[in-house]
Design a binder for this molecule. Structure first.
Ligand code: NAD
Length: 361
């Protein structure tokens, strides 16, 4: 490691390893959290975000890395859960900062493999790759699938289809009213897929420009009478729709938002959608079918896993794997109905039964 770089282990009773990584020269302040490696070395994205404190960043990385363990287990992958956060605004990202992060990742010798996440891009991964081979999800090269977001979006589409079939007894999304919060990497692809399926869209984002751009593009791509309406974030949450699809940041489902929700189904890409564990019971009691976040948004992890560990960069076979999110969610919905328990509790028990087992299957 270069002179001046400091690494400090943060004690944890829940995680295998939590490391504070600092490099004054590049300005890097990052935390790498490895939750559980029972199924294999840990894999998970690196988020860059202007956290207001180190404590806030720590809480986020602990939650995110834990959900990676559950995500990998439920997707049937033999990898563990890990995640990293870089404290700072993405606009202050420099190649040197990313290389410095890469050196810390390299120090772990594969115990943690990194990838892109909110605030980092596939292009950023190429700087990290200058320092370590323990990185995946890079730009479109011969040995890379590029951006994992289309795979995540495709998985969310499968999840919406499963939820609509279970809750509304409908096999088609034609005319289904879907509200999408966040038209970023995943939301953008998901909206296109939903329009192709004939869904009616309602969209919101804190960046108004993304909404205007998407509507203009969709009207050009499909037809003038394609059904999309722009809403404010508050309007969108309270909208009487079939499906609410949160594709922005976590914590969107809390006591106040669940009270306002009129959707029959919540099925979106955002990580850590439940502000606290008890919210799944609130949704269940209100009769809202919730597709657990780490089950429905596993497409990106599946793609980076296939690329990195299986050297599989064949999109069709990856889309086929991602399609299994449909049956995985159907199983969870059916068990939830039979056992009269919230879907998140069912998913947690299924995932835990896999990563807690002594021998890996
Ligand atoms: P992104 O940053 O590209 O998009 C997020 C979008 O949400 C942006 O357009 C942003 O303007 C908007 N946004 C942020 N805060 C908002 C708010 N308070 N209200 C309304 N809009 C807001 O991120 P992404 O890659 O599309 O990921 C979206 C979510 O899905 C994140 O929670 C991410 O962790 C999760 N996820 C992404 C992937 C992936 O493959 N990219 C995989 C699994 C999970």
């Amino acid at each position: 490691m270069k002179e001046g770089m400091k690494i400090k282990e943060i004690e944890s009773t829940t995680h295998e390893k939590v490391l504070l990584c600092e490099d004054p020269q590049s300005g890097l302040e990052a935390i790498i959290a490895i939750h559980n490696t029972r199924l294999g070395n840990s894999l998970g994205g690196c988020r860059m975000y202007p956290y207001s404190s180190r404590e806030e960043a720590l809480n986020d990385v602990l939650k995110l890395s834990e959900s990676m363990t559950y995500k990998a287990a439920i997707a049937g992958l033999n990898v563990g859960g890990g995640k990293a956060v870089i404290i700072g605004h993405p606009k202050n990202k420099t190649p040197e900062l990313l290389r410095s992060f890469g050196r810390f990742v390299h120090d772990l010798q594969g115990e943690y493999v990194t990838a892109e996440d909110v605030g980092t891009s596939v292009n950023d991964m190429t700087y990290i790759a200058e320092e370590t081979p323990f990185v995946c999800g890079m730009g479109n090269t011969e040995n890379s699938l590029g951006d994992p977001s289309p795979y995540t979006a495709y998985g969310v589409l499968q999840g919406i289809r499963a939820a609509v079939s279970h809750k509304m007894n409908r096999d088609s999304l034609q005319g289904i009213r879907v509200s999408v919060l966040g038209i970023g990497h995943v939301g953008y692809h998901l909206c296109h897929m939903l329009l192709k399926e004939g869904a009616q869209l309602f969209i919101a984002d804190i960046v108004q420009e993304k909404i205007t751009r998407f509507i203009e593009e969709a009207k050009k791509t499909y037809s003038q009478d394609v059904s999309i309406q722009a809403k404010t974030v508050d309007e969108l949450i309270a909208l009487d729709v079939d499906v609410f699809s949160p594709c922005a940041m976590g914590g969107i489902l809390n006591e106040s938002t669940v009270k306002k929700l009129q959707a029959k189904i919540v099925a979106g890409a955002a990580n850590n959608q439940l502000a606290s564990n008890s919210i799944d019971q609130l949704l269940f009691d209100k009769g809202i079918l919730y597709a657990p976040d780490y089950v429905i948004n596993g497409g990106g992890l599946i793609s980076v896993h296939q690329e990195y560990f299986n050297q599989n960069v064949e999109p069709n076979s990856i889309f086929n794997y991602v399609k299994t999110i449909y049956s995985s969610l159907m199983n969870i919905f059916e068990l939830s109905q039979q056992q009269q328990k919230p879907t998140a509790q069912i998913a947690n028990a299924l995932a835990e039964s896999r990563f807690s087992r002594e021998s890996v299957s």
